[in-house]
Design a binder for this molecule. Structure first.
Ligand code: ISL
Length: 560
């Protein structure tokens, strides 16, 4: 059986983890210094967000040299020390692989823009202006505005699905694929254990770049023309043949807009190319898809919607593919603020959501700080925000669409990526012990209460609950391999399901409410049920408390 099915992954956003130089920016030595903290928590794998050389327009997702470490983060020797230190503690390390685009400062792009006949020209995607001199099509960038920028020198537009400083690579051009595969081998030969593949289902674009029709905005996101495009699986099969199949790896594709059927194409044990994917259905649950900026909206959602969509993934992938389980990462708000209650029930709801992540089928991902129950941040001034997506959104909403300051800031407080990017609070000292200098972004002001030192000292903390969950997942094979079955299909507040393997049933009961309720009488809780974990200290079955979570093990009822 593949080791990555049994693994738990801990995601690190290096810029915000631990600074050892006093420049206010986290670094590789900071991670190495804290490997014992991570190892004690108990994950098996570390995922490092990009650590390559980058001008940091998008915090490392704009890479200017794939074979160099970002100087702010350290050196190649620091990287080797981190890798060795992790391996010595039984932790594997996967890196972010960002190959849909490079930085505009990458040598390939610098060459490409020199002239239309430069040998690197075809590494990127160029089109002549439309008849009126404007962009070749109405495609929008994920970070606002057109996805095309005119290169004055050569008179053509280049495509960028993200910021203008992130030109898209032309995967249809074989030398691009060869260069990427070569670079992947470079890191794998150094000892890296896999990759998290950024926006990997955007590699193959509709070569006609047609206008999006019927759009609500001048520059719509042309998903139908670049997600899961015609040649995507051919490129990934090449990657598998040339690179992946020669190593024992965890590979996870970031794949927005993929349904379970498509997911099996990526992750099927024989036909597939990747270990697992990140699906986005639950990330879109609370958004208004008809709004001009869907990701910034907040729509009320129901437990029934969440249960249906998670259940669909559980059933349709069972035995055919593999999923990852996540509720937050560096691109989305903190999970407790978004799906739980970050006020009076912060601790209970953070634990309940963690219980969900560890009891479904798939590989659980912990985003740094979620093990402390970290919350969203509300900076009053836009000047305290750093994320290119947030700053572009603010500018467009305020100055092009003339929305009020309060309305725009409320959207940013709920949905900005910077919610997840505030520096890691190690303790209650100045700047949470993250840096001795000025942090690149202010800490969440609640760090004197929510920090790693406090959490490790408090046996009731979210942190200790995660430690137990990680251990349970290791001890109970049914949590990895058991078949999912939903109970109480339409209960408005209680999500209950079993995972069944052989004669063992693991029953999980989660209460998505900040009000107490009555314990559902029709739950098949049997006499031999043994409580494995709960976020309250008694397991009476008369009431169910706010955000209560319980996991029981019991024997399956033998078939009649
Ligand atoms: O398409 C989306 C949702 O429907 C976006 O969320 C998109 O998938 C996401 O922004 C991609 O994120 C990744 O690539 C970006 C980078 O800024 C993010 O940090 C990274 O996770 C560009 O490299």
């Amino acid at each position: 059986m593949s080791w990555w099915k049994q693994s738990v992954v801990y995601q690190i956003y290096p810029r915000s983890f631990k600074d050892t130089t006093g420049d206010g920016v986290g670094d590789l030595r900071g991670i190495t210094e804290q490997l014992d903290y991570i190892a004690r928590l108990g994950p098996d794998v570390l995922w490092l967000c990009p650590v390559y050389a980058s001008p940091n327009v998008d915090n490392g997702y704009d890479i200017s040299d794939y074979r160099a470490i970002m100087p702010e983060f350290g050196t190649m020797d620091d990287f080797r020390a981190l890798l060795d230190g992790a391996h010595a503690r039984g932790l594997r390390v996967i890196m972010d692989l960002v190959v849909n685009h490079t930085s505009d400062q990458h040598e390939w792009f610098q060459q490409a823009r020199r002239s239309t006949d430069n040998p690197y020209r075809e590494f990127y995607i160029w089109r002549p202006p439309a008849a009126d001199g404007g962009p070749p099509s109405n495609w929008g960038s994920h970070f606002g505005g057109s996805a095309w920028t005119l290169d004055e020198g050569t008179g053509e537009y280049y495509l960028h699905l993200f910021a203008a400083e992130q030109p898209d690579l032309n995967w249809a051009h074989p030398p691009v694929r060869e260069a990427v595969f070569d670079m992947m081998r470079f890191w794998l030969d150094l000892g890296v254990d896999g990759f998290r593949m950024d926006t990997i289902n955007m590699l193959s674009k509709n070569p006609d770049f047609p206008d999006v029709t019927g759009a609500h905005t001048p520059y719509p996101i042309a998903e139908e023309h670049f997600l899961n495009g015609p040649d995507l699986h051919r490129y990934l099969q090449d990657m598998k043949r040339e690179v992946l199949s020669h190593y024992d790896l965890l590979t996870v594709g970031e794949t927005p807009g993929v349904d379970p059927t498509q997911a099996t194409e990526f992750t099927h044990p024989e036909r597939g190319t990747l270990s697992m994917i990140f699906q986005f259905d639950h990330m879109r649950l609370d958004t208004d898809r008809t709004h001009w900026a869907p990701r910034w909206t907040s729509r009320p959602w129901t437990l029934t919607e969440l249960r249906d969509l998670l259940g669909r993934w559980q059933h349709e992938l069972y035995g055919k593919g593999w999923n990852s389980l996540y509720l937050s990462n560096h691109d989305v708000p903190r999970m407790v603020s978004r799906f739980g209650n970050d006020g009076p029930y912060r601790v209970q709801s953070a634990k309940m959501l963690a219980t969900l992540l560890f009891t479904l089928q798939g590989t659980p991902y912990i985003y740094q700080g979620d093990e402390l129950g970290m919350t969203n941040v509300h900076f009053d001034a836009i000047d305290d925000y750093r994320d290119v997506d947030t700053l572009n959104f603010y500018r467009e909403a305020r100055f092009e669409r003339h929305l009020g300051e309060a309305e725009v800031m409320a959207m940013i407080w709920r949905k900005s990526r910077d919610n997840a990017r505030t520096p890691f609070p190690w303790n209650a000292s100045a700047n949470g012990g993250f840096t001795t200098g000025v942090p690149w972004m202010p800490l969440n002001p609640n760090y004197p209460q929510i920090n790693a030192e406090q959490a490790q000292h408090d046996p009731q903390s979210v942190y200790w609950y995660y430690r137990t969950l990680i251990r349970l997942r290791r001890e109970h094979a049914a949590l990895v391999d058991g078949r999912y079955g939903v109970l109480l299909n339409s209960h408005p507040a209680v999500y209950a399901y079993t995972r069944t393997l052989g004669d063992t049933d693991i029953l999980t009961v989660l209460h998505f409410s900040d009000e107490p309720g009555t314990w559902p009488s029709d739950l098949p809780l049997r006499g031999d049920a043994h409580l494995l974990i709960s976020n309250y200290d008694t397991d009476a079955t008369d009431i169910i408390r706010p955000f209560e979570a319980r996991v029981y093990r019991q024997r399956t009822i033998p078939a009649p």
